[in-house]
Design a binder for this molecule. Structure first.
Ligand SMILES: *[C@@H]1O[C@H](CO)[C@@H](O)[C@H](O)[C@H]1NC(C)=O
Length: 212
């Protein structure tokens, strides 16, 4: 029989170790990696046997070893972004611009409550802009330009009062442009080159997507 004191010590170490408490973030990142093709080995340092992902290249952590940045801009990465990204609850900066990400933008991104910046521009994302982005109350920068996105701009995004920069230019967005909240100050260039996008919605009219 293991003496009780050893058993207690074991559980104490288990519960107090920062390595174990953040391991889920390493697991989530590793799961993301398995979906991607990485021809120039940018993700080579992503070793899931390490106690946490904080020493991996392109990953940054805070003092509690929680992942707060993912910097994979310009990294020649190809493939789909998996739902695991939504497990990185402490993430503030998601920088995936200028790669070849394809497929849908996961709605799980709406779970990243601390996100300040989401840069997905210059990829091949398709499908709609998730309505779940309306939960990202800290979001200041949302750049989705130069992809293959379709559907309308979710009206729910007008509630994002921290949003300073929004860009969906060069996609295939349709419908009308919201005019409420932060949308009152975005320049029209943010919406350029979406051939099926009509102008700003009309004040006082209930927004209506014309078969969009
Ligand atoms: C991406 O690929 C190009 C061409 O193969 C290469 O020159 C460049 O260094 C790669 N970038 C990275 C970050 O590995």
């Amino acid at each position: 029989m293991v003496p009780l004191i050893l058993t207690l010590l074991f559980f104490f170490l288990l519960s107090s170790s920062p390595a174990i408490s953040t391991n889920y973030e390493g697991n989530a990142l590793h799961a993301l990696r398995t979906r991607l093709s990485d021809p120039t080995n940018v993700l080579q340092s992503w070793d899931p046997t390490l106690v946490n992902p904080c020493t991996w290249f392109h990953v940054s952590c805070d003092s509690q070893n929680h992942v707060i940045r993912l910097d994979l801009g310009n990294s020649n990465v190809t493939g789909q972004l998996g739902p695991e990204i939504g497990e990185l609850q402490h993430l503030q900066y998601l920088e995936l611009y200028r790669n070849n990400f394809e497929g849908k933008i996961p709605e799980e991104l709406g779970n990243l409550k601390n996100l300040v910046s989401m840069d997905l521009y210059d990829n091949s994302f398709e499908g709609g802009i998730p309505k779940s982005f309306a939960k990202l109350k800290s979001l200041r920068f949302l750049r989705l330009n130069n992809n293959k996105l379709t559907g309308s701009i979710p009206r729910e995004l007008a509630s994002l009062s921290s949003l300073k920069v929004f860009d969906v230019s060069n996609n295939d967005i349709c419908g009308t442009i919201p005019i409420d909240g932060p949308f009152s100050s975005f320049p029209l260039q943010s919406f350029d080159n979406n051939s099926r996008l009509n102008g700003p919605e009309l004040q006082g009219l209930v927004p209506y997507d014309f078969g969009c």
